[in-house]
Design a protein around this ligand. Sequence first.
Ligand code: SF4
Ligand code: SF4
Length: 127
Amino acid sequence: MHETKVLAQEILDRTGQNVYLCYQCAKCSAGCPLAEYVDLTPSQMMRALQLGQDGMVLNSTTISLCASCQTCNTRCPQGLDVAHLMDTLHIIARERGVQATCTGRSRFPGYLFCATFVCLGAPTKRR
Ligand code: SF4
Ligand code: SF4
């Protein structure tokens, strides 16, 4: 039978990124161009992963909306590759059949932007 791993462990296995190195400085979130439009900012995503809130993470709009701009990576004092982590979470969510819903900060025009990308996927993630 296929074993579903805890997300933090699965991310470590697939990417080498240890989410427990994050100490919540929130520099990633401060630079993220989409932070205003997602339900979990990058730093909140890291915290949720540390706390084992796997369902919250996989159902977040963040992994669908992330534009892979890598701003978070350049700002992280711990050298975490947050963008790679987001891409990997996107893949895991698809593998597990999880479809993100656009909840949270649903404000115009952010809502339209968000809804469009959740439906179509960010350009770098379309397959
Ligand atoms: S890679 Fe994604 S999470 Fe990181 S700053 Fe860019 S949009 Fe935000
Ligand atoms: S910048 Fe790095 S250490 Fe700071 S909150 Fe973001 S992921 Fe964590």
